[in-house]
Design a protein around this ligand. Sequence first.
Ligand SMILES: C[S@@+](CC[C@H](N)C(=O)[O-])C[C@H]1O[C@@H](n2cnc3c(N)ncnc32)[C@H](O)[C@@H]1O
Length: 233
Amino acid sequence: MTNTEFDDIWNRAQHIPSPFMPEEHAQLLYNLALENPGTVVEIGSWHGRSSVVLGSAVKSLRKGQLYCFDHWNLIEDAECIMDQDIWRSWNNQIAQWQLQEVVTPGRAYSQKAAEEWPANKTIDLLFIDGWHEYWETGPLIIPPEDIQEYGIKGWLKDGKMIPAHEHQPSFDRGAKVDFDIWTPKVRTGGIVVLHDLNPDFPGVMKVWQEDVESSKEWTIIQSENNIGVARKS
Ligand SMILES: C[S@@+](CC[C@H](N)C(=O)[O-])C[C@H]1O[C@@H](n2cnc3c(N)ncnc32)[C@H](O)[C@@H]1O
């Protein structure tokens, strides 16, 4: 990889809306995807900034596949409608970057996606950037400030709009859930990346401390700068 290749990617990718995916993280993901070719899995894609970075690396290798899992606001049989259509936006990005052949989306919540993953298919690089709490179950209650911030109109179910507070889907979610269900699929020698490893997200920190730092199964490659990278022994 030359710096020019990544620079060109970043020049475009930085304009894709993202809660937090600075250049150095994008560069790290790009390098990790080049160094760990094969099956790459991303949990949490939003508008696709990290997806296009990882997908571009996979495409340049001419082998492997990136699988992006996100519910993109569709949970079971109801879709949360808000100002921005992030599912459409993600698809537009993948098309504009001509990555359709190397990037496969799975529109489902992470636990359901994991249940449908083929039993004998191992992962070379796993990037976890989904729900940032430790572990939650039971009803998903959208806070009023999110309704305001994202312009949430409600849930569309069977062609009818239901007010946000009247529909509360139940499903297990969190960094711990993602780690527990996805890392067993990582091959020996494969890589896990935990994004947003900082005190603002104690759930992510707790998973890292309990399941990576305190475990002989993982060798830490990086744990500073808001991102954790470890190799499976
Ligand atoms: C922090 S954003 C991902 C940012 C993205 N990686 C980027 O580069 O901009 C988190 C994403 O995770 C998704 N998400 C949250 N919980 C999830 C779950 N349990 N299963 C699937 N996707 C989930 C959200 O829909 C959201 O798009």
